[in-house]
Design a protein around this ligand. Structure first.
Ligand code: PEP
Length: 237
Protein backbone atom coordinates (compact mmCIF):
# COMPACT_ATOMS: atom_id res chain seq x y z
CA UNK A 1 0.00 0.00 0.00
CA UNK A 2 1.49 3.30 -1.14
CA UNK A 3 -0.09 6.70 -0.50
CA UNK A 4 1.54 9.61 -2.33
CA UNK A 5 0.66 13.29 -1.96
CA UNK A 6 1.14 15.45 -5.05
CA UNK A 7 1.43 19.04 -3.86
CA UNK A 8 1.46 20.43 -7.42
CA UNK A 9 2.36 24.16 -7.34
CA UNK A 10 1.49 24.59 -3.65
CA UNK A 11 3.71 25.01 -0.57
CA UNK A 12 6.92 27.00 -0.76
CA UNK A 13 9.92 25.96 1.36
CA UNK A 14 8.67 27.40 4.65
CA UNK A 15 5.25 25.74 4.44
CA UNK A 16 6.81 22.51 3.16
CA UNK A 17 9.17 22.29 6.15
CA UNK A 18 6.35 22.90 8.65
CA UNK A 19 4.05 20.38 6.96
CA UNK A 20 6.81 17.76 6.71
CA UNK A 21 7.65 18.04 10.39
CA UNK A 22 3.95 17.55 11.17
CA UNK A 23 3.66 14.29 9.19
CA UNK A 24 7.09 12.80 9.88
CA UNK A 25 5.74 10.19 12.34
CA UNK A 26 2.96 9.11 10.00
CA UNK A 27 4.36 5.67 9.10
CA UNK A 28 4.45 4.80 12.82
CA UNK A 29 0.69 5.42 12.83
CA UNK A 30 0.21 3.66 9.54
CA UNK A 31 3.04 1.14 9.60
CA UNK A 32 1.65 -0.91 6.72
CA UNK A 33 1.70 2.05 4.34
CA UNK A 34 4.54 3.55 2.32
CA UNK A 35 4.04 7.31 2.43
CA UNK A 36 5.42 9.73 -0.18
CA UNK A 37 5.11 13.49 -0.64
CA UNK A 38 5.87 15.30 -3.90
CA UNK A 39 6.61 18.98 -3.24
CA UNK A 40 7.44 21.55 -5.93
CA UNK A 41 11.12 21.55 -6.91
CA UNK A 42 11.99 24.61 -4.85
CA UNK A 43 10.61 22.95 -1.69
CA UNK A 44 12.17 19.49 -2.01
CA UNK A 45 15.13 20.20 0.28
CA UNK A 46 12.92 21.87 2.90
CA UNK A 47 10.58 18.86 2.95
CA UNK A 48 13.51 16.47 3.38
CA UNK A 49 14.83 18.62 6.25
CA UNK A 50 11.41 18.92 7.89
CA UNK A 51 10.99 15.13 7.85
CA UNK A 52 14.40 14.58 9.41
CA UNK A 53 16.74 11.62 9.10
CA UNK A 54 14.58 9.07 10.92
CA UNK A 55 11.28 9.58 9.12
CA UNK A 56 10.09 6.83 6.79
CA UNK A 57 8.10 9.32 4.71
CA UNK A 58 9.79 9.64 1.32
CA UNK A 59 10.15 12.77 -0.80
CA UNK A 60 9.70 12.50 -4.57
CA UNK A 61 10.10 15.19 -7.23
CA UNK A 62 7.13 15.99 -9.49
CA UNK A 63 9.22 15.57 -12.64
CA UNK A 64 12.83 15.22 -13.81
CA UNK A 65 14.56 15.69 -17.15
CA UNK A 66 15.97 12.75 -19.11
CA UNK A 67 19.43 14.34 -19.40
CA UNK A 68 21.66 14.55 -16.34
CA UNK A 69 22.64 18.17 -17.02
CA UNK A 70 22.70 20.66 -19.86
CA UNK A 71 21.04 23.66 -21.47
CA UNK A 72 17.45 22.90 -20.43
CA UNK A 73 16.16 26.06 -18.80
CA UNK A 74 13.50 25.43 -16.17
CA UNK A 75 14.19 21.70 -15.82
CA UNK A 76 15.76 19.73 -12.97
CA UNK A 77 17.72 16.49 -13.19
CA UNK A 78 17.82 13.16 -11.38
CA UNK A 79 21.25 13.84 -9.78
CA UNK A 80 19.94 17.18 -8.48
CA UNK A 81 16.93 15.65 -6.74
CA UNK A 82 19.05 12.80 -5.37
CA UNK A 83 21.44 15.43 -4.02
CA UNK A 84 18.69 17.01 -1.88
CA UNK A 85 17.55 13.64 -0.52
CA UNK A 86 14.70 12.64 -2.81
CA UNK A 87 14.27 8.94 -3.50
CA UNK A 88 11.86 9.08 -6.43
CA UNK A 89 9.88 11.13 -8.90
CA UNK A 90 6.51 11.38 -10.60
CA UNK A 91 6.52 11.33 -14.38
CA UNK A 92 3.77 11.86 -16.94
CA UNK A 93 1.22 13.60 -14.73
CA UNK A 94 -1.78 14.59 -16.86
CA UNK A 95 -1.14 18.27 -16.11
CA UNK A 96 2.31 17.83 -17.69
CA UNK A 97 0.78 15.97 -20.64
CA UNK A 98 -2.08 18.44 -21.18
CA UNK A 99 -0.47 21.79 -20.33
CA UNK A 100 3.23 21.30 -21.06
CA UNK A 101 3.40 19.09 -24.13
CA UNK A 102 4.53 15.89 -22.40
CA UNK A 103 4.31 12.88 -24.72
CA UNK A 104 4.48 9.13 -24.20
CA UNK A 105 8.03 9.29 -25.56
CA UNK A 106 9.24 12.03 -23.18
CA UNK A 107 7.54 10.26 -20.27
CA UNK A 108 9.42 7.08 -21.22
CA UNK A 109 12.75 8.96 -21.40
CA UNK A 110 12.21 10.65 -18.03
CA UNK A 111 11.25 7.34 -16.40
CA UNK A 112 14.22 5.48 -17.87
CA UNK A 113 16.72 8.08 -16.69
CA UNK A 114 15.16 8.23 -13.22
CA UNK A 115 15.35 4.45 -12.85
CA UNK A 116 18.92 4.29 -14.19
CA UNK A 117 19.92 6.90 -11.62
CA UNK A 118 18.36 4.91 -8.76
CA UNK A 119 15.14 6.87 -8.27
CA UNK A 120 11.79 5.18 -7.80
CA UNK A 121 9.13 6.26 -10.29
CA UNK A 122 5.38 6.83 -10.14
CA UNK A 123 4.31 7.02 -13.79
CA UNK A 124 0.86 8.54 -14.37
CA UNK A 125 -1.55 7.35 -17.05
CA UNK A 126 -5.22 8.02 -17.68
CA UNK A 127 -7.82 8.82 -20.30
CA UNK A 128 -9.74 12.07 -20.81
CA UNK A 129 -13.51 12.26 -20.54
CA UNK A 130 -13.85 12.51 -24.33
CA UNK A 131 -11.68 9.42 -24.78
CA UNK A 132 -13.76 7.46 -22.26
CA UNK A 133 -17.04 8.55 -23.88
CA UNK A 134 -15.71 7.52 -27.28
CA UNK A 135 -14.93 4.05 -25.94
CA UNK A 136 -11.21 4.64 -26.25
CA UNK A 137 -10.16 4.38 -22.61
CA UNK A 138 -8.46 0.98 -22.97
CA UNK A 139 -6.69 1.96 -26.18
CA UNK A 140 -5.31 5.11 -24.52
CA UNK A 141 -4.19 3.19 -21.44
CA UNK A 142 -2.59 0.52 -23.63
CA UNK A 143 -0.63 3.18 -25.54
CA UNK A 144 0.51 5.04 -22.42
CA UNK A 145 1.38 1.92 -20.43
CA UNK A 146 3.24 0.29 -23.33
CA UNK A 147 5.61 3.26 -23.44
CA UNK A 148 6.75 2.70 -19.86
CA UNK A 149 9.88 0.73 -18.97
CA UNK A 150 9.50 -2.49 -16.98
CA UNK A 151 11.35 -2.10 -13.71
CA UNK A 152 10.70 -3.19 -10.11
CA UNK A 153 11.00 0.42 -8.91
CA UNK A 154 8.30 1.72 -11.26
CA UNK A 155 4.69 1.90 -10.13
CA UNK A 156 1.82 3.20 -12.23
CA UNK A 157 -0.81 5.71 -11.13
CA UNK A 158 -4.14 5.40 -12.95
CA UNK A 159 -5.52 8.92 -12.97
CA UNK A 160 -8.57 9.41 -15.20
CA UNK A 161 -8.21 13.02 -16.30
CA UNK A 162 -11.91 13.70 -15.73
CA UNK A 163 -11.48 12.82 -12.05
CA UNK A 164 -8.45 15.00 -11.26
CA UNK A 165 -9.29 18.06 -9.19
CA UNK A 166 -12.96 17.81 -10.17
CA UNK A 167 -14.50 16.05 -7.17
CA UNK A 168 -15.74 13.38 -9.64
CA UNK A 169 -14.06 10.25 -8.34
CA UNK A 170 -14.13 7.10 -10.46
CA UNK A 171 -16.47 4.53 -9.00
CA UNK A 172 -14.70 1.68 -7.24
CA UNK A 173 -15.80 -0.64 -10.09
CA UNK A 174 -14.43 1.67 -12.78
CA UNK A 175 -11.14 2.00 -10.91
CA UNK A 176 -10.90 -1.76 -10.33
CA UNK A 177 -11.59 -2.51 -13.99
CA UNK A 178 -8.95 -0.04 -15.21
CA UNK A 179 -6.37 -1.28 -12.68
CA UNK A 180 -6.90 -4.90 -13.68
CA UNK A 181 -6.50 -3.92 -17.33
CA UNK A 182 -3.28 -2.00 -16.61
CA UNK A 183 -1.88 -4.93 -14.63
CA UNK A 184 -2.66 -7.27 -17.53
CA UNK A 185 -0.33 -5.10 -19.62
CA UNK A 186 2.32 -4.28 -17.04
CA UNK A 187 2.50 -6.25 -13.80
CA UNK A 188 3.30 -3.70 -11.11
CA UNK A 189 1.61 -1.84 -8.25
CA UNK A 190 -1.11 0.49 -9.54
CA UNK A 191 -2.26 3.53 -7.54
CA UNK A 192 -5.57 5.29 -8.11
CA UNK A 193 -5.64 9.08 -8.44
CA UNK A 194 -8.52 11.48 -8.97
CA UNK A 195 -10.35 13.34 -6.19
CA UNK A 196 -9.40 10.85 -3.47
CA UNK A 197 -10.45 12.19 -0.07
CA UNK A 198 -10.93 10.82 3.46
CA UNK A 199 -14.56 9.90 2.68
CA UNK A 200 -13.96 7.82 -0.44
CA UNK A 201 -10.44 6.48 0.22
CA UNK A 202 -11.45 3.27 2.01
CA UNK A 203 -13.87 2.01 -0.63
CA UNK A 204 -11.36 2.70 -3.43
CA UNK A 205 -8.38 1.23 -1.57
CA UNK A 206 -10.36 -1.92 -0.74
CA UNK A 207 -10.51 -2.89 -4.42
CA UNK A 208 -8.27 -5.89 -5.05
CA UNK A 209 -6.13 -4.23 -7.74
CA UNK A 210 -5.92 -0.78 -6.13
CA UNK A 211 -2.53 -0.76 -4.42
CA UNK A 212 -2.57 2.80 -3.15
CA UNK A 213 -3.49 6.35 -4.04
CA UNK A 214 -1.96 9.43 -5.63
CA UNK A 215 -3.68 12.32 -3.87
CA UNK A 216 -3.69 15.95 -4.99
CA UNK A 217 -5.96 18.41 -3.19
CA UNK A 218 -6.58 16.27 -0.10
CA UNK A 219 -2.82 15.85 0.47
CA UNK A 220 -2.38 19.56 1.17
CA UNK A 221 -3.92 19.39 4.65
CA UNK A 222 -2.20 17.14 7.18
CA UNK A 223 -5.49 16.01 8.72
CA UNK A 224 -6.96 14.75 5.45
CA UNK A 225 -3.67 13.26 4.23
CA UNK A 226 -3.28 11.37 7.50
CA UNK A 227 -6.86 10.11 7.28
CA UNK A 228 -6.22 8.70 3.79
CA UNK A 229 -3.01 7.02 4.98
CA UNK A 230 -4.90 5.44 7.87
CA UNK A 231 -7.64 4.26 5.48
CA UNK A 232 -4.91 2.62 3.42
CA UNK A 233 -3.43 0.98 6.50
CA UNK A 234 -6.83 -0.41 7.47
CA UNK A 235 -7.20 -2.19 4.12
CA UNK A 236 -3.97 -4.16 4.59
CA UNK A 237 -4.62 -5.09 8.22
C1 PEP B 1 -3.30 14.56 -8.76
O1 PEP B 1 -2.86 15.68 -8.80
O2 PEP B 1 -2.58 13.62 -9.14
C2 PEP B 1 -4.67 14.33 -8.28
C3 PEP B 1 -5.15 13.13 -8.32
O3 PEP B 1 -5.35 15.43 -7.83
P1 PEP B 1 -6.74 15.44 -6.99
O4 PEP B 1 -6.60 14.42 -5.89
O5 PEP B 1 -6.85 16.84 -6.47
O6 PEP B 1 -7.82 15.06 -7.93
Amino acid sequence: MLIAGNWKMFKGPHEARVFASRIRQLPELASRVDVVVCPPAVSLAAAVQGLGARSKVRVYAQNIHWELEGAFTGEISAPMVLDVGCTGTLVGHSERRQLFGETDETVRMRAETALEQGLSVIACVGETEAEREAGEAEAVLRRQVSALPRHPALVIAYEPVWAIGTGRTATPDTAQEAHAFIKSLHPTRVLYGGSVNPDNAAVLLEQPDVDGALVGGASLEAVSFEAICLAGAATVA
